[in-house]
Ligand binder design. Structure first.
Ligand SMILES: NC(=O)c1ccc[n+]([C@@H]2O[C@H](COP(=O)([O-])OP(=O)(O)OC[C@H]3O[C@@H](n4cnc5c(N)ncnc54)[C@H](OP(=O)(O)O)[C@@H]3O)[C@@H](O)[C@H]2O)c1
Length: 286
């Protein structure tokens, strides 16, 4: 029997509607984005984030700096945004040009406004089992699993990929949900053997078709994070014919992708609640 398709587009739309309702209740909300340089893909991502924010009633503060911007100039802008009371969330679009140390830039963002979840203090909160902001893509994965009532307690979850943006936080969230988690990467000796055990598989690799249909455990849940531009169009990391073996599967496009922006908006709501004292921010008396 073919798998049920997990409709990320529909769920993301619903969440964006919920965010709009919450934004109305909270009053004026601001999301500042910082883009340095003219990377076309980054430009598209930023535009989509702005559109989604505006639709949800969140003011998008657009900061587009030239490719020649120095690290000091960027740090000064981030300091201004940290101090700006009309800004609830700040995101610095990656990658940054080579003259800027990405780690320094990400560390400069006030953790209470760190809606991307990339500051080491923010990542540490997740590690410590007391998350503040979790990166949007793994949050979107968890929201999809919840929407489709996927049981996680005690199941075997396999995450392929160990990036700080997707793989590692996804593995930590699955662990928090009491799954037994295996993390695979480019040095994993026998990927097929690991995937064959997965009740829940999260593929975040960046290589089209690295997971073939035969590798997938029959009836399992397959979350395909991959976004790979190929001659045939946008493809995931999982061969689409895996839908004939899986129980539930995310499509590419229309699965995890739309969830990422929805969860970024949800993080912005959370940031406003932290700043307005409606949620307790760890270590902050505000
Ligand atoms: N849908 C969305 O909203 C969204 C958001 C973010 C990313 N993505 C997509 O998700 C994919 C992964 O993104 P990322 O930022 O996490 O990428 P990344 O930083 O390049 O990480 C890729 C991971 O895959 C591992 N890997 C590479 N080849 C492998 C192989 N043959 N077998 C097993 N593991 C392998 C790497 O292992 P090593 O650590 O050993 O190098 C690494 O941990 C990309 O296609 C990206 O476009 C989608």
């Amino acid at each position: 029997m073919p798998a049920t398709i997990m409709d990320g587009k529909a769920l993301a739309e619903r969440i964006r509607g919920e965010v709009a309702d919450e934004a109305k209740e909270l009053g004026s909300l601001g999301l500042a984005t910082v883009l340095v340089g003219d990377d076309p893909a980054s430009g598209i991502y930023i535009r989509r984030k702005h559109e989604a924010a505006r639709e949800a009633g969140i003011t998008a503060h657009d900061h587009h700096l030239s490719a020649e911007t120095t690290e000091d100039e960027l740090l000064a802008l981030i300091a201004d945004l940290n101090a700006d009371d009309s800004v609830d969330g700040i995101l610095v679009q990656l990658p940054l040009p080579p003259q800027i140390d990405e780690r320094r830039a990400l560390r400069a963002v006030d953790p209470v406004k760190d809606v991307d979840g990339f500051h080491p203090a923010t990542a540490g909160q997740l590690y410590l089992d007391d998350p503040t902001f979790v990166p949007a893509t793994p949050l979107g994965i968890m929201a999809l699993l919840e929407e489709y009532d996927v049981p996680l307690e005690g199941v075997r979850a396999v995450v392929i990929g160990r990036s700080t943006i997707v793989g590692k936080p996804a593995a930590l969230l699955l662990l928090r949900a009491n799954a037994t988690v295996t993390i695979c990467h480019s040095r994993t000796r026998d990927l097929a053997a690991e995937v064959a055990e997965a009740d829940v598989l999260v593929a975040a690799v960046g290589k089209a078709g690295v997971v073939t249909a035969e590798m997938v455990k029959p009836g399992s849940v397959v979350i395909d994070v991959g976004m790979n531009r190929t001659d045939e169009g946008l493809r995931g990391d999982v061969d689409p014919t895996a839908a004939e073996r899986a129980g539930l599967i995310t499509p590419v496009p229309g699965g995890v992708g739309p969830m990422t922006i929805a969860m970024l908006l949800r993080n912005t709501i959370k940031a406003a609640k932290f700043r307005h004292g409606q949620l307790a921010f760890p270590g902050n008396p505000r």
